[in-house]
Every structure is written in C-alpha cells, then in structure tokens.
Design a protein around this ligand. Structure first.
Ligand code: 0RA
Length: 666
C-alpha cells in the first residue's frame, strides 16, 4: 500500500547537501534578533523543550502538532497526519489554512520565515487562538526548527505551494513557489539535530498514545500515524487512525475499561459548556473501586497537578451530591457524617478546558492558576449533574448508596488508623517484635530490608551489618491494598508493622490527609524478594502499598528494590554470581567453557547462606539496588489499578507483554 498524505504521495526526507550549502541570504539587523533567539534555544534546549533525552525528542513532534491542533480549534483543520520516516525524520501534515506567506511588514520578509525563525512568533498573529503558553508546549515551531539539522516547511495557500528549507533554524533557501494547489494546509518535515539529542530514535508507541489522547480531546478531528521504518508481514507500514465522535465520554470509558474497573452507572455524565472565552468539557463516571481518578487538561496539555479547573469540578460534585442527599434526608437516616472525599470514591473523570491565556504554576508548571476558571467549570458541571440526577433516579440511588458506604468505611478507617498509631505510643519503643533494628539512630545512615518470608528474614538477620541495617520480615503475600477497604488495611499485621517500624503516620491537617515522615527512621527502604514470578508479584504488592499510602517515600527516593543474583557459576574454587543470562554465558566462557563448570540457579533467597546473601545483595560495596521512581503519575496509577484490580484479562495481557518485568518499570 502506498500512503498518501493530505496533499498526495509522501516523499522521504533525504538530506540534500546542495540545499544545505546554498548561499545564505544577506543578514540585516532584523535577522540578528532572530539568530540570537535561535542561538539561545540551541544553547539551552532544556529551557525550551524540557530536556534533550527521549522526552525532549518527542516533544518536538508535540510542538509541531500543537500548531496544527490550534488550526483545528480555530475551526479550520479537520485532518492531521504524522509520519515517522525511514530515517527517523518526522512529517506532520495538516489541512489548516497554511502558515501565512505574505510579506511581514515590520520585518520585511515572508511571514512563513518569521514563524519559522523568530522565537514566539507562531500564534501571536491571531489573538483569538487558544495559545499554550507557560507550560512546556507552545514555545513555537521555531524552537523545533532551531533544534533540527534539517527542516522543510511546505505551505499550500491561495492556490500556490510555497517551500522553504532550514538548517539548525537558519534558512538555506528563500521562500519559493514550487507549484499550484487547490487545497490549503501545512507540511513540516524535520530531522532532529544529532549534536543536541541523546537519541534520535522515535517511539511509535509514545507518539500513537499522544495522538489517541488528542483524538479524544478534540472530537471529530481525524489524526493518523504511519511508521515507515518497518513493514508488517503483508509489506504494509504500521498505521493507525484515531477519531473520536464521543470525545471525553469515550475517553473516560476507555480509561476504566483499560484499568479493568467495574462501572457503576452507564453511560458517563458528559458536560459541554462555554462561558466568556473558556471552553469546558468534562466527562465522568463512577466505578466500584475506592479511588478517585481525575485527569485534567488545559489546551490539550495534561495538568498533572490539577489546578483551578479541577477544583471547580470537585466543588460542583460535592455541592450537588451533598444537596441531593440532604434534601432526601439520606445521611441522617444512615447515621453517617459525610465528608467531601466520600463523594469522590470510585470517580473517574476527565476535565478539559480551553482558555486563551492560561497561567501555569506549581513545581512542574503542571497546575492551572487562572482563578476565574473555578466558577466557570463548577457552574457547567453543577447544571449537568443536577439534570442527570433528576432524570436518572435509579442511578442516583446507586450513587448515594456508594457515598454512604464510603463514609462508613472512612469512619472505620479513621478508628483503625488511630488504634495503630496510639498503640505505638503506648507500648514503649512501639517497634514491632519481628523487627531486628540497627544500632544507628541516624535515618540518613540507616537502612531497612523488608524481606519476604520468615526464613529469608532469618538469613538476612545473620548476614546483615547490624550497625546500619535493620531487617523486617514480612510473612507471605501482604494484603492487596487495591482490593481491600481502607480500614482492613490498618488491621493487617504486616502493614501495621511497616508503619511502626518506619516511624511514619497518616495525619490530617485542615481536612487534608498527609503522610508525616518527620520521624522516618530509615532513608533506604529496601524491598528484598525472591528473583522469581512470585517474588516479583510480592514486590508489586508492596510497591502498590507504598504508592497508595506512603507515596512521599517514593517521591523522596527512599524506596529501593534489591536485586538478588539469578546464578552462581563455579569452577573449582572460583565462583561468580550472575544477574542475567548473558552474564552467566560470559562467565562460562571466561572459565574456559562448560567443562567442569557447575551452574546453580537461585530460585529463592532461602538457597543462599548468610554470607552469600551479604556479598551479593546486601553489601553496599557490591550489591545493586533499583530505586523506585514515579516517572509518570498518570500511567503509574493506571498500571497499578490494572495490575491489582479485579478484572483478569487486562492484567494478564499486561503481564504477558512485560513477562520479564511484571513488577513494573520502577
Ligand atoms: C500563524 C497564523 C495563522 C496560522 C498559522 C500560523 C499556522 C501555523 C501552523 C503550523 C503548522 N500548521 C499550521 N497552520 C497554521 C493564521 C492564518 C490565517 O489567518 O490565514
């Protein structure tokens, strides 16, 4: 199959030496500012696109896409196509109005050249567009140009085809008319600069995931991706098309389905509204889990830290559901005290707003700050939810039952938690009997090993350096916190032991819960399990627990996973430990072939004696630890729910696809 872009057959980018060495145009004073801008981008690319790793590389595509999406939001573009070319260059085509090509009066050159070479020139022509400023997107296509070894812009506009080429942001040709056309749109081909980026290889998965998301966020927009680097068994390129007629309604269904959550009320509540210049779209539904899962966007950009739009949404949910329950006297009848978090248990929601001048704040600039947005979102959602409850009394009843159950469970959890924490204070040191503590009292120097099983725990106690290493054996599989009600968690012996041994507690301040880690007793918390499937399952369970109840420990980098060896290769008195099959094979070769070599496969920690365990897994000089980090909260959250949730099929599919590391990419 031959792929046709909106404008016809796609040609591959081939670096054309002649083009790159074409005599440069004469640079006058105006050009100097342009050059200075581009030079700044090349000197500090991280300031403009976040980083120069794989993330930054993909960011270039998002940046170009943003411009095409802006055209769609302005009502002028219905199709966007992305191609990964054989040489890892990227082509983005859209059927928008095309970048203007007329003379820019002030700068006395083609507007196309201005957009492509002047920092922040992109959307500024047109005040009505929903620019994405402040966040990392929206730095403009000129940044992509500055960071590309080669870039070609082709514009179809006013019946003509205009082309200009650049190298590292500097034009290598004038804006040339190369033909006639009866369509409008823009084609941008770029090859990222190898002297800037660590890697030049694009991930199809990453780009296709973003396009799927953009399709949900911009209903009716056709998006497609084609990977020309490889063909399948039929000789066809990998290709996907995304279009969502349902928009966020489909997105919210997709998220719960993918995470295997059991939906309580169908279909989702879908809100579309606009006030002043703010466009609001929200979709939400309730499922039988105990978690709140709100994803939010501003101008198509994920706001990981939420912000005023999410606050508005939460405010509306609380207000409407509380009023509904109180009017019907449901809470007094059930004898429960309701708190606003009870209305959000099992809630999955997408909140998307489009605003002309977003202000971002927070650590990662992932939080919307515009205060006017709160009441706008809140009003839209209130209206829709009131109508929904009125029209669907049966669903409203299911929802209220769930809220009341959540309140009861929360009250039970508070009591259980207080019991655990009070016991601590009462029983002297308050430390669990199973803990073999270290002598050091300095958290920075102290480590604790959480060890699967009493027997391995025993070996670890013998093998450790008791000066700074503490051991807490955990019996068998700890509770699956994803499935359990919260109060059950505080009744679980292993979990209670973890709270008390670590010295942390869950506290409340102004109605907000937080983990108090001021008295944390160890700055290295090391999970040590067998190097087999069961072991990795237990690692996942423990990580889930940390993720849900002690997330600051992961965020602060205190959580590690020990890596016990898989093999011991031995010949005579020489013995080496191996962590991978490749290491093992190399060791065999190093010992002069298989003759006389014995290979032991360690199935569990229990097969090692104290000395071996120390040497391979506990000695800071020779062990390897994997630090658990949370790269992407949204994905981590989804993967955890999916892995630990009720539904088997998505979990099985994931584990099969990631058989080697069923314990997540931490
Ligand atoms: C500036 C002004 C206008 C459109 C664009 C830029 C534009 C940029 C890109 C980048 C990729 N695709 C694009 N499509 C459009 C407004 C044009 C007008 O008023 O006709």
């Amino acid at each position: 199959m031959v792929f046709f872009c909106i404008f016809g057959a796609i040609e591959n980018y081939k670096k054309n030496e002649e083009v790159l060495t074409t005599k440069k145009t004469d640079y006058s004073a105006d050009n100097i500012t342009a050059l200075e801008g581009l030079e700044a981008v090349r000197l500090r690319p991280g300031m403009y696109i976040g980083s120069t790793d794989e993330k930054g590389l993909h960011h270039l595509v998002y940046e170009v896409l943003d411009n095409s999406i802006d055209e769609h939001m302005a009502g002028h573009c219905s199709h966007i196509e992305v191609f990964i070319n054989e040489d890892n260059s990227i082509l983005v085509c859209d059927n928008g109005r095309g970048i203007p090509t007329g003379m820019h009066q002030k700068l006395q050159k083609s507007a196309l050249e201005v957009v492509m070479t002047v920092l922040h020139a992109g959307g500024k022509f047109d005040k009505q567009t929903y620019q994405v400023s402040g966040g990392l997107h929206g730095v403009g296509v000129s940044c992509v140009n500055a960071l590309s070894e080669y870039l070609k812009a082709e514009v179809h506009r006013e019946g003509q085809i205009f082309v200009q080429e650049y190298s590292k942001g500097i034009p290598t040709s004038s804006v040339d008319v190369v033909g006639k056309t009866d369509v409008t749109g823009t084609k941008v081909t770029f090859a990222p600069d190898s002297t800037i980026f660590d890697s030049l290889v694009y991930s199809y998965e990453t780009l296709s995931k973003r396009l799927r998301e953009l399709a949900y966020l911009n209903k009716g927009l056709h998006l497609s991706i084609t990977d020309k680097r490889e063909t399948d068994e039929n000789g066809e390129y990998i290709h996907e098309t995304f279009i969502s007629e349902g928009g966020l309604l489909e997105f919210v269904e997709h998220i719960d389905l993918k995470s295997g959550r059991d939906v309580l009320i169908k279909p989702p509540v879908h809100v579309n509204g606009q006030q002043d210049n703010v466009i609001v779209e929200v979709a939400f539904q309730y499922n039988r889990s105990y978690r709140e899962n709100i994803r939010s966007y501003v101008n198509n950009i994920n706001t990981i830290e939420g912000g005023t739009h999410v606050n508005g949404f939460r405010r509306a949910i609380t207000h409407v559901l509380k009023k509904y329950g109180e009017t019907k006297d449901l809470f007094t009848k059930a004898k429960v005290k309701i708190s606003s978090e009870d209305f959000r248990e099992g809630l999955t929601a997408i909140v998307s707003v489009k605003i002309p001048e977003p202000q971002f704040k927070g650590q990662t600039k992932g939080e919307l700050g515009n205060s006017e947005v709160t009441s706008i979102v809140s009003a839209c959602v209130r209206n829709a939810l009131e109508i929904f409850l009125e029209e669907n009394p049966a669903s409203a009843k299911l929802l209220m039952d769930k809220v009341i159950l959540a309140a009861k469970a929360r009250n039970a959890a508070v009591k259980a938690r207080e019991m655990v924490q009070r016991k601590n204070v009462l029983s002297g040191t308050g430390l669990p009997g199973k803990l073999a503590d270290c002598s050091s009292k300095d958290p920075e120097l102290s480590e604790i090993y959480l060890v699967e099983g009493d027997s391995a725990g025993g070996t670890a106690k013998q093998g450790r350096d008791r000066e700074f290493q503490a051991i807490l054996p955990l019996r068998g599989k700890i509770l699956n916190v994803e499935k359990a009600l919260e109060y059950k968690i505080y009744e679980n012996e292993e979990i209670k032991n973890m709270f008390t041994a670590l010295g942390v507690s869950i506290e409340e301040r102004e109605g907000e819960r937080f983990l108090n880690i001021e008295k944390l007793r160890y700055h290295k918390i090391i999970i040590m399990c067998d190097a087999d499937v069961d072991g990795s399952h237990i690692v996942t369970l423990i990580l889930t627990f940390f993720f849900r109840y002690m997330r600051p420990l992961i965020e602060n980098g205190y959580i590690y996973i020990a890596a016990p060896p898989l093999y011991q290769v031995k010949k005579g008195k020489r013995a080496v430990y191996c962590w991978t099959d490749e290491d093992r094979d190399q060791a065999i070769v190093a010992m002069g072939g298989e003759n006389g070599v014995s290979i032991q496969r360690y199935k569990g920690l229990g097969e090692m004696n104290a000395e071996q365990l120390w040497e391979t897994t506990m000695d800071p000089e020779s062990r390897t630890l994997r630090q658990a980090t949370i790269e992407d909260f949204a994905t981590a959250d989804q993967v955890f729910s999916m892995l630990m949730g009720d539904e088997v099929p998505p979990r099985r599919a994931f584990i099969e696809a990631n058989a080697k590391y069923a314990n997540l990419n931490v």
